[in-house]
Design a protein around this ligand. Structure first.
Ligand code: NAD
Ligand code: UGA
Length: 463
């Protein structure tokens, strides 16, 4: 079957960029991205593509090229489902905040809603693709809903998890390490797999397109995120030991990373990993393991999260301790709020938790981030429900310039590794601060020697 019409449910960080790249690389395929969130769709349709709702390097150019040609953003979910041969589900799968599995399991209510809507609308056979990250064996539930509530048409369910990282989404999509497609080994399942392989084959070489059974594909996604996060928690655990022993974590990371069996990537010690997925996916893995009675497996992976929480708290404690055990009424400048550079995403960013801890100690936080809005930062703090909106707004002052944010502060904390932070006139910043002036480099991006020669007291992670 040749695919000519695709629908994607969910115009978020995955649905938007993924479909934009498919549309760019497959001009013969009509791609419609739908979402219930009217504002989000309106923003994707903004005539000025610099205003699209997700900031990713290179994305606005791709949207400018394909939008209106074969890429469409719409709120007409049913129409798009009806017309498409292939429907990608890219909706959010957050950690459950209620009921059984609260705080651990993935909340599949949005996935189930999509399945029910597809079942209701579909009048012809369809391929349904799980693009969202899902617990292993979710395809079974989707199939059951589709087969039992549908109009008697045939559905093939494929798992096609997404491995893009934010900030490099376009690069990752254009040149992926691999594309993973899981499907049934029935003749119909194999035809569906082949149809999706052929979509990706428009720009990805076939040796990079891996096909597996559905359960391996679903579980591989959770496993990949667990391994990546585990590396960060492992190096962060070493960073604490480095601080006690005089070893330097950057030197340790370099030394071990040169072992080709270990490799150099994902060994940057930090204030802790953030982002919408690592924590959520590991908690989900822990929950699945527990539900099969695999308690040792569950405990093993849970430790990755425990270590990450410890690292965030350790960073805020270190600021308080170093500032003579009190930060009350002291101004602490945060450079960066996003969970990593080159994105405006702040979900689970370490900055939120460090700010919360310091505000509890009655510090005044001033923040500068090149891409994150004031509203977003206040919402992030609000979600923690530690204090009222008014109290948060009083404790957090947001600047659109780093020099202003740092002026008259006692300390600077680097929370995101934005490149521009390394280009600042640090002498000028030093002169505008209270003395002694401290820098807590949560990303190890600044030049410690240079800052110390200016007069700063520098604290990096693991040094
Ligand atoms: P997101 O919250 O940015 O986007 C999800 C969108 O789905 C929202 O705009 C929401 O309004 C929409 N939606 C929810 N239910 C809907 C429905 N019934 N009909 C229409 N629209 C609906 O989420 P995201 O970051 O894009 O993540 C989506 C999935 O992809 C998650 O499972 C996540 O784990 C996975 N994932 C995310 C990343 C990432 O970098 N963010 C990378 C790989 C995988
Ligand atoms: C991560 C994975 O890298 C993607 O492959 C995956 O598709 C995605 O999760 C997902 O499923 O959502 P992402 O969270 O966007 O991507 O970004 P990463 O580059 O993985 O960074 C995650 C966090 O780890 C960031 O806070 C980053 O600063 C931190 N990190 C990363 C470190 O602290 N040290 C490192 O060495 C690398």
């Amino acid at each position: 079957m040749e695919i000519t019409k695709i629908c994607c449910i969910g115009a978020g960080y995955v649905g938007g960029p993924t479909m934009a790249v498919i549309a760019q690389k497959c001009p013969h395929i009509q791609v419609t991205v739908v979402d219930l969130n009217e504002q989000r769709i309106k923003d994707w349709n903004d005539p000025n593509t610099d205003n699209i709702p997700i900031y990713e390097p290179g994305l606005s150019e791709i949207v400018a090229e394909a939008r209106g040609r074969n890429l469409f953003f719409s709120t007409e979910v049913e129409k798009a489902i009806d017309e498409a041969q292939v429907i990608f589900i890219s909706v959010n799968t957050p950690t459950k905040t209620y009921g059984k599995g609260k705080g651990m399991a993935a909340d599949l209510k949005y996935i189930e809603l999509c399945a029910r809507q597809i079942a209701k609308v579909a009048k012809q056979n369809k391929i349904v693709v799980e693009k969202s990250t899902l617990p292993v064996r979710t395809a079974e539930a989707i199939k059951s809903i589709l087969d039992n509530t549908g109009n008697g048409v045939q559905f093939q369910i494929l798992s096609n998890p997404e491995f893009l990282a934010e900030g490099t989404a376009v690069k990752d999509l254009l040149n992926p390490d691999r594309i993973l497609i899981g499907g049934d080994s029935t003749p119909e399942g194999e035809l569906a797999i082949e149809a999706l392989v052929n979509v990706y084959a428009n720009w990805v070489t076939k040796d990079k397109i891996l096909t597996t059974n559905v359960w391996s594909s679903e579980l591989s996604k959770l496993t990949a995120n667990a391994f990546l996060a585990q590396r960060i928690s492992s190096i962060n655990a070493m960073s604490e030991l480095c601080e006690k022993t005089g070893a330097n974590v950057n030197e340790v990371a370099k030394a071990i990373g040169m072992d080709s069996r270990i490799g150099p990537k994902f060994l940057k010690a930090s204030v802790g990993f953030g982002g919408s997925c690592f924590q959520k996916d590991i908690l989900n893995l822990v929950y699945i393991a527990k539900s099969y009675g695999l308690n040792e497996v569950a405990d093993y992976w849970e430790q990755v999260i425990i270590m990450n929480d410890h690292q965030k708290r350790r960073f805020s404690n270190k600021i308080v301790q170093t500032l003579y055990n009190t930060v009350a009424d002291k101004k602490i400048a945060f450079l960066g709020w996003a969970f990593k550079k080159d994105t405006n995403d702040t979900r689970e960013s370490a900055a939120i938790y460090v700010a919360d801890d310091l505000i509890n100690e009655q510090a005044e936080i001033s923040v500068y981030d090149p891409k994150v809005s004031r509203n977003k930062m206040l919402c992030d703090l609000g979600y923690l429900e530690t204090r009222s909106e008014v109290e948060n707004a009083k404790a957090l002052t947001i600047f659109n310039n780093a020099y202003e944010a740092c002026k008259e502060s006692h300390a600077i904390a680097i929370l995101t590794e934005w490149d521009e932070f390394t280009t600042y006139d640090w002498q000028k910043i030093y002169e505008s601060m209270h003395k002694p002036a401290f820098v807590f480099d949560g990303r190890n991006i600044l030049n410690a020697k240079e800052l110390e020669s200016i007069g700063f007291i520098y604290n990096g992670i693991g040094s």
